[in-house]
Design a protein around this ligand. Structure first.
Ligand code: HEC
Ligand code: HEC
Length: 265
């Protein structure tokens, strides 16, 4: 609800804001991997979910149900990924295949795993550990100096309390190594220069045709009438540092496991 209002406000503002403000907006960011490609992090997440929820009937090798071979890559009831999502979320009427309640991140994982079950090598992937990931989040990663989870951390950057329900494992991992590639339009940083020359950097909480509300890098709420501003620029590079070289692969996997465990309040 709130996210929609914010997004709508932002779109409206962007559409109407013209000169005398400087508004620079780049092309849409790449939100997900190319269709047909599945991020290893998604496949690994899907494998964990499969083991926990599907093996009782389908077995570890996907051939536990007569007439169904999940590893074959051919499905009687599904051709596209969308079909697979439908089979898993709606079930198959009149059979033992029940409907599963899974969020966006989980569905991305299950579909990626079903598509790669045949070649996925469990031995080659060390699954991340959410508890260790939390320790990295609070410690070495210093994520809480910008982000909030539950009632702890800063409001300078987006609240991550339910990020594990909406972002796929692959997208979360890329967020950590190449933040700009996964940035949503509403999260683009803005730079404001007031008429008397004061510069404020922050992110948008809300925006309409005439006004914009920001939270600045000191976590202060500030509101502006756009026509009072000398400059209003929407930037296209994420202010978040890349953790590509500061965290090890194992630490990154742990942080992703922790983020995936954040499924809302
Ligand atoms: C309680 C048993 C049971 C569980 C648990 C179960 N399934 Fe099934 N599943 C079935 C049965 C039985 C069928 C075959 C239905 C039919 O006759 O068409 C099936 C069919 C399917 C199909 C369609 C196969 C095809 O060839 O079209 C997919 C995909 C599938 N299951 C995925 C899953 C996934 C993913 C999970 C775990 C999230 C899961 N199932 C959990 C019993 C189960
Ligand atoms: C210097 C501040 C800063 C630090 C430190 C930081 N981030 Fe971020 N992060 C941001 C900002 C600002 C955004 C919003 C822009 C974007 O999406 O890139 C963001 C975005 C994200 C997103 C995407 C959120 C969404 O809803 O799209 C995730 C996930 C994330 N950060 C995780 C982390 C994790 C995990 C760490 C620690 C390992 C971390 N961040 C450290 C500032 C920071």
């Amino acid at each position: 609800m709130r996210a929609h209002t914010l997004l709508f406000g932002a779109l409206l503002g962007l559409a109407i804001a013209g000169p005398p403000f400087i508004v620079r907006v780049s092309a849409q960011p790449q939100a997900a991997a190319h269709p047909g490609e599945y991020a290893p992090a998604d496949i690994a997440y899907g494998a964990r979910l499969y083991d926990a929820q599907c093996t009782t009937c389908h077995g570890a090798n996907g051939d536990g149900v007569g007439g169904v071979d999940l590893r074959s890559g051919r499905f009687r009831n599904a051709v596209t990924d969308q079909d697979l999502t439908r089979v898993v979320t709606a079930g198959i009427q009149g059979t033992g295949m029940q409907a599963f309640k899974l969020d966006q991140s989980e569905l991305a994982g299950i579909v990626a795993y079903l598509r790669n079950m045949n070649s996925f090598d469990r031995g080659s992937v060390k699954p991340g550990d959410a508890d260790r990931g939390r320790a990295v989040f609070d410690g070495k990663g210093t994520c809480a100096r910008c982000h909030r989870v539950g009632d702890q951390g800063s409001r300078a950057a987006p609240d991550l309390s339910d990020v594990g329900a909406t972002r796929s494992a692959g997208s979360l991992l890329r967020s950590l190594t190449e933040p700009t590639s996964q940035m949503f339009p509403i999260n683009r940083p803005v730079r404001v220069v007031t008429r008397d020359g004061k510069v404020i950097n922050g992110r948008r909480l809300n925006e309409d045709t005439y006004t914009v509300q920001l939270i600045d890098d000191q976590e202060r709420l500030v509101s502006f009438v756009k026509s009072d501003l000398r400059e209003y620029t929407i930037l296209t590079v994420s202010p978040m540092p890349s953790y590509k070289s500061t965290l090890t692969d194992a630490e990154l996997a742990d942080v992703v496991a922790y983020l995936l465990s954040l499924k809302g309040r």
